[in-house]
Design a protein around this ligand. Sequence first.
Ligand code: HPA
Ligand code: ZN
Length: 331
Amino acid sequence: MDRLPVVELHLHIEGTLEPGLIFVLAERNGVELPYADLAELERQYEFGDLQSFLDLYYANMAVLRTERDFTDLARAYLARAAAAGVRHAEIMFDPQAHVSRGVPLETCVNGLASALGESEEEFGVSTVLIAAFLRDEPAEDALEVLEQLLAMNAPITGIGLDSAEVGHPPRDFVALYDRAREAGLECVAHAGEEGPPEYIREALDLLQVARIDHGIRCLEDEELVERLVAEQVPLTVCPLSNVRLRAVDTLARHPLPRMLGRGLNVSVNSDDPAYFGGYIDENFRQLTELFGFTDEQLAALAVNSVRSAFITEERRRGLFAEIDEWRRGRS
Ligand code: HPA
Ligand code: ZN
């Protein structure tokens, strides 16, 4: 086995919508795109910050209309992820971004669930679905959509919090997370991507999340770093995303090696790979090329993601064994 077996913990399924599929779905659904051709669409993928990416990300979702569209989207990701060495994927989706466009919740959930339900058999990738809520929309709307997901018995394992971070602190979503926990759901939240270290603290203390998505700005707060190390809070880091959204200047200056050096529980993830120049294998490839990660370090990153996944202990042991086997095969 040549490819490092990995687990993806931070992935937005809508962020895997490739330009080519956007054109296919637009044609199939009679949706008019504001771009003459693929090349013109591809010229839009230059981002100055998180918001400039989000504008394109939400606009492109206009082509996702039917259950089949969501199934095709997820299947395309799972096939690509399998080729990248992904053995388990925890997949976020943004229900509010579809409901607000008039796409019924059932369409989106059933479409995704159909692809995910066949994934182990078809692609050898186990999956978990996480409903992410939009922090730049009213918290009451998020709670209403969560209630609908619970009422329809949607196959979700957890909830997350994403979209524009600054000015939308975790403290606004306490009721949402209380309800999710009461319903037995796992809790994660984006924090410390563009927002301050304080948002990471709030996500831990007020939302009681099990993982922080991104979390790179923790390094600005020594006391917080010490706590994250002591508690081994998983931080799902997305290097290529951080470069494309200018959270860091260049990959060479990415804080990942420093975070690893401090003993933080960091993993490598792809976030929105269709937008940020590569899937999880490309993240690992560029990191290895720049920082010269050894097989031991790569295995340690994969181990961190397995430690932090929402899976049974049996599955966890199986994935640890695969990483061990990879390491032995390399030496
Ligand atoms: N950050 C915040 N919200 C998001 C992202 C991200 O990287 N991707 C999709 N929604
Ligand atoms: Zn994200």
